[in-house]
Write a new protein. Structure first.
Lengths: 250, 594
């Protein structure tokens, strides 16, 4: 089976990002392969365990190459990098990616469920639309037999089981798998793997339709809440409540 | 660990220009991209699997149940991730499944684990050190049997030197080796303090044991090195090799690493295999000691950095006191108090100065092995000899000072077990003791390294420092520091000359009486050199257009250099004066007068 994995590079979750002249300035920030895309890469490698017929596809600036090498070091076979530092709206991105899909003729395309930087969840859907393919979104479990796919799709307070036929666009969700780390020997092997470079012009696109006017970074104040620890059980309960209700992290 | 990340980038790429190594044949396949990728994996595994059980492993110490050592599960999970990623062989040749990383990058990766959880990191690092010993001095058959398994991380290794009656004085070890007709030896004796000496984390444990072949000369000339596995292969199976755990030691820190007393040959059936030739054991060990001691120095620096990072964050958020007297004004963060900034600056100066020195020393390890020019290889070896005791002893002594400041910044909270700084201090307290105490390092520095090869090492250090001083003179912001370092260096050189004169006229006792002070004096001078090197890079960077964060980073470097030169470097004059006076106060004090 041939699988395409769409990947992006984003600021690391811990990175302190700043805005300069009304735009996000990534200079000096630690960048990483988007965690949601990593689930797709991992899943592709679980389907094709030797990495054969797995292709990373990235659409972004020159710096994306680190993320591409990372996906290759995890085990993907080769990559296609459409190099452009322009801001491209999701629909324009999907048009370019659809052309790559038509060139490559994969059975399956993995796409991160959500972009870690912009929070957009639209790319998978826009690509499926551009291809006129079916899609499964927010996928937390996947089984493939011949050309039929059984998947679990997350919904707000539960889940749905779906069965569909290939080809498909599948977007990922946390829980789908635990992505592997690149091994040191594979980092060296990745260096020799092919990254085909392309430009927007190769796909007949001049630029996006949306222009970013201004970006701002949210200023989050620390709450500095102190919990009285005299009764440890009550303190733990209070902490869990705060993390759940206020911080919404658990 | 963000401070470490940024500082590694600075020291590796800007200060030591590690990417230039790709001009050497061994590293042609490497580039910044492969180095960064390896470091990224180290950070991810360290943060997710090592740091997360650092505290738990301290609370739930290893213990023995039904004759087996029990550790918390997280240790083996972390080591599995470390093993699967290939870190056991990071430095090793491609043919051996390694990544053939330069020493500096391999050490930088190790440092990341040392900062996250030194006790768990000790298991693989001892294995790597033992593997290096084997790869330098073992026979092909021994490498075939043991090294492959160690590089895969399936078998772990230990260094079994110390005995209850022989710690600093290894000449006095008693463990015996009796030759057998099949070429092997039977080992009998007890070893104490052996880190990672017993556990169930690996399929086998390969002990590297110092012992005396029966009839060998007394003292260090009669010590040989043996491989003594926990299980030996016999008829294709692994059999018990008569190595017994006599007990676990209960330590102040580093609790997650088992510290063992091991008995070899209680049943007379402990097989040992000679490494290299007999009676050369200590020579082999000492050849590996440079790297091991740099590792200890880096461990101390990492804990200094861990305390610094934690106390910095704390100082930025802890509100206490006011800038003005108005009680209605909100309290200010303690970082705004000058004395708290002093304590932070002292930590930063120690941790980042030590980091630069440790990685610089590791660049010398690399040059000694792979520099294409013969003279450079020899010079690197000479300079490394001199700097090793400083990397080891200065970093571990001052690393603890840094940790004291971290505790002090947290006030009462720092003294409680709810906050990590007390554990950091306890863990770090080991570093001035193992791999040769600070006292022994002082003797090694003055008694051997300064004296040997007619002072060639010190001449080289002088030459290198003068290069830096000349370069710093061209930078307006730091040219006064250059002047100060030149004066300090001259002072240190005059002191050394005076001591060497005393050695020939008054004997070694007086010469070495204040060797610890000498170590402090030269240590501070060398760290000042490292700070000047960093300040030059920073001054040049500041002449470019930079983001706010980057500007702050480089300004921080120049300011910390200034702090070290104003608050610490003047101490050299005091130490120098004492040394030049050939003071005998310590020597003349009598046991009964205490
Ligand atoms: C946690 C831990 C882990 C260890 N791991 C290992 C290991 O894996 N393998 C191993 O072989 N060993 C290990 N050691 C042993 C360690 O190397 C020794 O503890 C160390 O070398 C000091 O020896 P000692 O404890 O016998 O102290 P001693 O040698 O008795 O020294 C006591 C004091 O006397 C001073 N002193 C001794 N001789 C002199 C001298 N000639 N001149 C001036 N001062 C002197 C020392 O500086 C020290 O302050 C470990 C120790 C610890 C605590």
């Amino acid at each position: 089976m041939k699988i395409l994995c769409l990947i992006r590079q984003v600021p690391d979750a811990e990175a302190r990002v700043k805005a300069k002249n009304g735009l996000v300035d990534l200079e000096g920030a630690t960048l990483a392969l988007d965690g949601m895309d990593e689930y797709g890469v991992e899943q592709a490698l679980r389907i094709n365990t030797d990495g054969a017929n797995t292709v990373a596809v990235a659409l972004g600036g020159a710096r994306f190459e680190d993320a591409i090498r990372r996906a290759l070091a995890m085990g993907l076979e080769r990559a296609i990098h459409v190099e452009s530092s322009e801001h491209l709206d999701v629909v324009t991105q999907a048009k370019i990616l659809a052309k790559i899909v038509q060139e490559e003729q994969p059975d399956l395309v993995f796409c991160g469920g959500q972009h870690a930087d912009s929070d957009s969840q639209a790319l998978g859907a826009a690509l499926a639309e551009a291809l006129n393919w079916n899609q499964i979104t927010w996928t937390t479990a996947l089984e493939i037999e011949n050309s039929s796919v059984k998947a679990t799709h997350d919904v707000d307070d539960g889940k749905e089981q779906l069965e569909l036929e290939l080809p498909l666009v599948i977007t990922t969700q946390q829980g789908l798998n635990e992505p592997r780390y690149p091994t040191l020997p594979n980092i060296m092997k990745a260096k020799k793997k092919e990254i085909r470079k392309a430009s927007l012009a190769d796909y007949g696109v001049a630029g996006g339709k949306v222009r970013v006017v201004k970006q701002e970074i949210q200023d989050k104040q620390r709450l500095n809440k102190l919990i009285d620890g005299k009764d440890p059980t009550a303190a733990a309960e209070e902490l869990i409540k705060l993390l759940h209700v206020e911080a919404k992290v658990i | 660990m963000s401070t470490l990340r940024r500082n590694l980038r600075f020291v590796l790429y800007e200060l030591l220009e590690v990417t230039t190594l790709s001009a050497r044949e061994r590293f042609v396949d490497h580039s910044r991209q492969t180095f960064d990728a390896a470091l990224d994996v180290a950070f991810e595994i360290a943060e997710k699997f090592f740091a997360t059980h650092n505290r738990k492993a301290d609370i739930f110490e290893p213990h023995v149940e039904n004759g087996k050592v029990v550790l918390i599960d997280e240790v083996s999970i972390a080591l599995e991730k470390f093993r699967d990623a290939g870190f056991f062989a990071a430095h090793s040749d491609f043919e051996n499944g390694g990544m053939q990383l330069p020493n500096m990058i391999a050490l930088a990766c190790q440092s990341v684990f040392l900062m996250a959880n030194p006790a768990t990191a000790a298991y693989p690092f001892l294995t790597i050190a033992a593997g290096n010993l084997l790869s330098s001095f073992g026979s092909e058959a021994q490498k075939e049997e043991f090294l492959g398994q160690m590089l895969k991380g399936k078998w772990f290794g230990t260094m079994a030197l110390s005995e209850p009656q022989a710690g600093s004085s290894l000449a006095d070890i008693l463990t015996r080796a009796e030759p057998q007709s099949d070429g092997s030896y039977r080992i009998v004796g007890s070893k104490m303090w052996i880190s990672a000496g017993e556990h169930e984390l690996s399929e086998n444990i390969v002990h590297f044991v110092l012992a005396r072949v029966i009839g060998a000369p007394a003292g260090i000339k009669g010590i040989s090195l043996f491989i003594v596995p926990r299980y030996r292969s016999q008829n294709g199976k692994l059999e018990n090799n008569d190595v017994h755990l006599a007990g676990l030691l209960h330590k102040m820190g580093y609790r997650g690493t088992t510290s063992t007393v091991l008995n070899f040959g209680e049943r007379g059936d402990c097989h040992g295999f000679l490494v290299g030739v007999a009676n050369q054991g200590l020579t082999y060990m000492f050849q590996m000691m440079n790297e091991a001691r740099i590792g200890v120095g880096m461990g101390a620096v990492m804990l200094a950095l861990a305390g610094y990072e934690y106390s910095l964050e704390y100082a930025r958020t802890r509100l206490q006191g006011r800038d003005h007297k108005d009680p209605l004004e909100p309290q200010t963060a303690i970082i705004n108090h000058a004395d708290v900034r002093r304590m932070l600056l002292e930590q930063k100066a120690i941790a980042e100065g030590g980091l630069a020195l440790g990685l610089y020393a590791s660049s010398l390890v690399e040059d000694e092995k792979t520099h294409p020019i013969d003279t450079n290889r020899k010079e690197a070896a000479l300079l490394l000899e001199l700097l090793t005791p400083i990397v080891k002893a200065w970093s571990s002594q001052y690393g603890l000072k840094a940790n004291e400041n971290a505790i002090q910044i947290l006030g009462g909270y720092g003294y409680t077990r709810e906050y990590p700084v007390e554990q950091i201090y306890r863990d770090n307290r080991l570093n001035p003791i193992h791999e040769g105490t600070t006292g022994i390092q002082g003797l090694d520095l003055l008694g051997r390294k300064i004296v040997q090869f007619e002072g060639a090492s010190l001449n080289l250090l002088t030459r290198e420092m003068k290069f830096t001083i000349d370069a710093a003179r061209l930078e307006t912001d730091i040219k006064d520091d250059a002047e100060q370092l030149e004066n300090t260096l001259n002072q240190a050189l005059q002191t050394t000359e005076k001591l060497l004169q005393a050695r020939s006229e008054l004997g070694t006792k007086i010469f070495l009486a204040n060797s610890n002070t000498y170590l402090e004096m030269l240590g501070h001078t060398v760290i000042a050199w490292m700070w000047l090197k960093q300040a030059i890079v920073a001054a040049r960077a500041l002449s470019r257009e930079l983001s706010e964060d980057e500007t702050a980073f480089y300004q921080g470097k120049i300011h910390t250099c200034q702090f070290f030169y104003r608050f610490e470097l003047p101490k050299v004059a005091v130490w120098s004066k004492l040394l030049i006076s050939l003071d005998t106060t310590v020597l003349e004090m009598q046991s009964e007068w205490f």
